[in-house]
Design a binder for this molecule. Sequence first.
Ligand code: 5GP
Length: 172
Amino acid sequence: MNLKTLISEESLQKRIKELGNQITEEYKNKELIIICILTGAVYFATELTKYIDNTNLKIEFMKVSSYGNSTESTGEVKIKKDLDSSIAGKNVIIVEDIIDTGLTMHTLKRILLDRKPESLKICTMLDKKERRKVEINADYVGFDIPNKFVLGYGLDYEEYYRNLPYIAYCED
Ligand code: 5GP
């Protein structure tokens, strides 16, 4: 594959630190649950939480089905791994790798709102706004990106390339 850098490791680090600082300010003296959406958001969520200065923070993991091995989202969200504890009455931030059509996040948000958290926000590393099929906006966005299939920093192509330390796209 002919990989080109879209977002360098330095730019990612700088932006993730800024988001961490912003979340620190907004959740001062509050308990916070970060929900990392497996597997793609793992790199982003672990780096982000290192920059959130809050000793009342817990990290939870959730795995939902999205693309599989094709490249179109169906909007059908299947929970493959659920949270280990209740989020009722808690301040929650969903941390996702990328919002594309928005179908996955739209459904996930509804599922989690049904569990009655005190607040629910969305933080996404990447946002492909021009691909949206449903109205969904993230509260925290790392980078707005063009309509390209991207890889790296947690994002895969058939489960490979997640370990690239930067975001790449494939040039054919
Ligand atoms: P959506 O439901 O918003 O269309 O899709 C969300 C999911 O699709 C993401 O969590 C991610 O797993 C996958 N996805 C969307 N765009 C890309 C992309 O450019 N690269 C990769 N690797 N996955 C993507």
